[in-house]
Design a protein around this ligand. Structure first.
Ligand code: CUA
Length: 186
């Protein structure tokens, strides 16, 4: 009799302990899922490089991405800077001029949906996200033309969204820059 009740209480204790462990593990799993969900949503909405924001609705009115400021220019500290704007379904300008063997800063954004910025044969590969400025520095070596396709699906015209980059000798670039504040090969 007493042996039976001892056995039953032993089973009850075991069931109780198991329930406690199940609850503890359930809480740990829930916490990990919450962390994964939060970080996924938080970081998947961030651009790949550093975060710099811009109002995509006002790009055409003011700021560095107005029509007259697009293309390649040289700033006060003699840095070569390219300003590029992506829109369904074209890049503006759709032909970029950069000097051969010189460090170039690219600053680009999108006016509508997510586009891709890729220069074939180089490490230039970035997303262009409305509301964010994608910035990177790259030196293109070797005179010639390189294709620049949009590589993020952006709508029905995606496959036709192409541009090109013309790498020219530095002397030729300097001559072009003497004539205009912003250059392109459009
Ligand atoms: Cu723009 Cu695909």
């Amino acid at each position: 009799m007493s042996e039976q009740s001892e056995a039953r209480s032993g089973a009850e204790v075991a069931a109780h302990v198991e329930l406690e462990w199940a609850l503890a593990i359930g809480l740990i799993v829930a916490l990990l899922l919450a962390i994964i969900t939060f970080t996924t949503i938080r970081w998947s909405t961030m651009p790949p490089s550093r975060v710099e924001v811009v109002d995509p609705a006002k790009l055409h009115q003011s700021g560095e991405f107005v029509e007259s400021n697009l293309g390649t220019g040289v700033d006060q500290s003699n840095r070569v800077i390219v300003h590029l704007l992506a829109e369904q379904y074209s890049f503006n300008p759709h032909c970029l001029v950069v000097p051969d063997g010189v460090s170039v800063t690219f600053r680009a954004t999108s006016a509508d949906v997510v586009h891709g910025f890729l220069i074939l044969g180089t490490n230039v590969n970035s997303m262009l996200i409305p509301g964010y400025v994608s910035t990177f520095v790259m030196t293109l070596n070797g005179v010639g033309e390189r294709a620049m396709p949009c590589h993020e699906f952006c709508g029905v015209g995606h496959a036709a969204m192409w541009a090109k980059v013309k790498v020219v000798p530095l002397v030729e670039f300097e001559t072009l820059m003497r004539e205009k504040r912003r250059v392109s090969c459009v």
